[in-house]
Design a protein around this ligand. Structure first.
Ligand code: HEC
Ligand code: HEC
Length: 189
């Protein structure tokens, strides 16, 4: 191979390599698998019941991480541990692609005064959860999530029943009295 051929071929290889999809997530296959999920998480991941978190527009990396954690028993919830038991890695990637691409619908309302006091405390959360709490990769979207669900999760991190390095440390230093205000603020976004 002469040097001219090399200079032509190398960029071609790089172009092919760089444009190859990292994982072939199939949102349509995810939608098919999502039928049983709709019973609790609502049509297209917008849940009308505060016990069941919204999944629509949630970060796909975060969704996949949680489904794997439920399946492995690292995150404990009787319902979700059984719902994920028979999901393959491919199912998980596809479900995450489907839910993350759905439009969020406002499903809950928060007390405006409580939300306002939460806003004043929320600055320290935005570095990881995003300027509008839209999430990013492994950091979940909190915007529009049911406040009751958010409070439950903050309590679980503080008690240690839900494990996560950053959130256990953060909630350890956060008075429980602030949980409701923060949750009301993020739920209102
Ligand atoms: C019978 C009700 C029910 C069904 C059916 C169900 N879930 Fe869940 N799901 C829950 C509950 C309750 C939680 C909250 C668990 C907790 O408190 O930790 C949850 C949590 C989750 C979470 C974590 C969300 C977050 O913000 O951390 C994901 C992801 C999830 N479910 C995906 C699914 C998928 C995908 C399906 C279908 C394969 C499904 N669920 C079916 C009840 C259900
Ligand atoms: C250093 C980065 C970081 C900061 C700062 C941070 N978080 Fe988190 N948070 C995370 C990560 C990472 C997760 C996902 C944990 C997991 O994978 O289980 C998370 C998860 C959560 C969840 C669970 C969401 C769900 O859908 O179940 C809540 C609620 C939450 N954070 C609230 C907050 C609040 C409120 C603050 C500010 C007081 C905050 N976080 C600050 C990194 C951070």
């Amino acid at each position: 191979m002469n040097s001219l051929q090399q200079t032509l071929i190398l960029p071609l290889f790089l172009a092919i390599f760089l444009t190859a999809p990292v994982s072939a997530a199939d949102s349509a296959a995810g939608e098919q698998k999502s039928e049983p999920c709709a019973n609790c998480h609502g049509q297209k991941g917008n849940s009308s019941n505060a016990q069941w978190p919204n999944l629509a527009a949630q970060q796909s990396t975060y969704l996949a991480n949680q489904l794997k954690a439920f399946k492995a028993g690292d995150r404990i919830n009787v319902i979700m541990n059984s719902m994920t038991a028979n999901l393959s890695n491919e199912d998980i990637t596809n479900l995450a692609a489907f839910f993350s691409s759905q439009k969020p619908v406002k499903t809950s309302s928060a007390d405006p005064a409580l939300a306002k006091s939460g806003e004043a405390k929320a600055g320290m959360c935005l570095g990881c959860h995003g300027a509008t709490a839209q999430g990013n990769g492994q950091f979940p979207r909190l915007a529009g999530q049911h406040p009751k669900y958010l409070v439950q999760q903050l309590k679980a991190f503080k008690e240690g029943s839900r494990k996560s390095g950053p959130m256990q440390a953060i909630t350890a230093n956060l008075p429980e009295a602030d949980f409701k205000a923060l949750a009301a603020y993020f739920g209102s976004l």
